[in-house]
Design a protein around this ligand. Structure first.
Ligand SMILES: [Zn+2]
Ligand SMILES: [Zn+2]
Length: 188
């Protein structure tokens, strides 16, 4: 059975695919890569992530090493999400580091490592998407907050504690008020 051609054909026009043709395959040779790419879909976690199509600013340096190309630098962009405590919208920026080796095809590194450990080049092309994805997603909080001390919502009435008096409580509610409330509800 021939190998599936699908994964061996990177499209050089994809925004996160880098063509290294102009980088000499000579250890130590470097080339700067600055590019603004649209963020791919599903870049993030359930509550917070990079909006699809928003700007990803790549500020990278490609360095030839004996076994491949080392990509390092920073990726910046914006995040939107929802506070895990109060559901308020979160909108902030991120700036993460990337440092990843991509092995030449048929190099010893390619033969002796796992694809999960070291990235692979396809000819002169590098697909940065998995590395960019990992770098960003790994820094995202699973439970993002609109601010570190967000008090959240009152579990009883669902109102933001910011909008409630400091002594807000349901436990101490006067039973007479409860009776009155029931009465009002039956009237409505
Ligand atoms: Zn919040
Ligand atoms: Zn309440």
């Amino acid at each position: 059975m021939p190998k599936s051609p699908v994964q061996n054909h990177l499209d050089p026009r994809l925004p996160l695919v880098v063509d290294t043709t102009k980088l000499p395959r000579q250890p130590g040779a470097t080339r700067a890569l600055k590019r603004v790419a649209p963020a791919p879909a599903d870049l993030g976690l359930e509550l917070i992530g990079v909006p699809e199509g928003s700007d990803l600013e790549l500020d990278l340096e490609l360095t030839s090493v004996s076994e491949g190309v080392y990509v390092s630098g920073r990726v910046r962009g914006s995040l939107t999400g929802e506070c895990g405590r109060c559901l308020n919208e979160i909108s902030e920026s991120f700036d993460v580091a990337i440092a990843e080796l991509f092995a030449y095809e048929d190099s010893t590194t390619e033969e002796t490592t796992d694809e999960d450990e070291v990235g692979r080049m396809q000819g002169d092309l590098i697909d940065l998407e998995p590395a960019v994805r990992d770098a960003i997603v790994l820094t995202l909080p699973t439970n993002p907050l609109c601010r570190p001390d967000c008090p959240g919502l009152c579990p009883e009435c669902g109102v933001h504690f910011d909008d409630l008096p400091a002594d807000h409580s349901h436990e101490a509610a006067d039973p007479r008020w409860a009776a009155l409330r029931n009465l009002k509800e039956t009237e409505e």
